[in-house]
Write a protein that binds this ligand. Structure first.
Ligand code: FES
Length: 137
């Protein structure tokens, strides 16, 4: 999907020193702005979002224990190409605000070549958990 008014300077590279084969992924943020990124196989959507200053909290640090990394996959066909969510992920997704048929937890989606061109939308709200909720008391 093309969002009008998106400038090419929103394209950023995500560099982690990994493999040279790049995979395209796009995020649509809460304001509807599309950010196009090139990432490496093995990167997960939480790490990618945080490395590019996108608004994804990831309160539990990617351990599948919150729903603050909720993303919505734009294309149902692409959603079908993804590995099935685990039972733990489904349990956490049940807690997510605005759950859709194509919702996933960003920390559990690991990029591979089959997902080239993936577009995910960041939901307008996530449950109000913070990293401090997961600190040892
Ligand atoms: S960061 Fe908590 S479930 Fe993904």
């Amino acid at each position: 999907m093309v969002i009008p008014g998106v400038e090419s300077d929103t394209t950023k590279l995500f560099r982690n020193g990994g493999s040279s084969s790049r995979i395209n992924v796009s995020f649509i943020d809460k304001d509807g702005e599309k950010v196009d990124l090139q990432v490496s196989e093995g990167d997960n959507l939480l790490d990618i979002a945080q490395a590019n200053d996108l608004e994804m909290e990831g309160a539990c640090g990617g351990s599948c224990a919150c729903s603050t990394c909720h993303v919505i996959v734009e294309d149902p066909d692409m959603f079908d190409k993804m590995e099935e969510p685990s039972d733990d992920e489904n349990d956490m997704l049940d807690l997510a605000f605005g759950l859709t048929e194509t919702s996933r937890l960003g920390c559990q989606v690991v990029m591979n070549k089959d997902l080239n061109g993936l577009v995910v939308r960041l939901p307008s709200m996530t449950r109000n958990l913070q990293a401090s909720d997961f600190e040892q008391k």
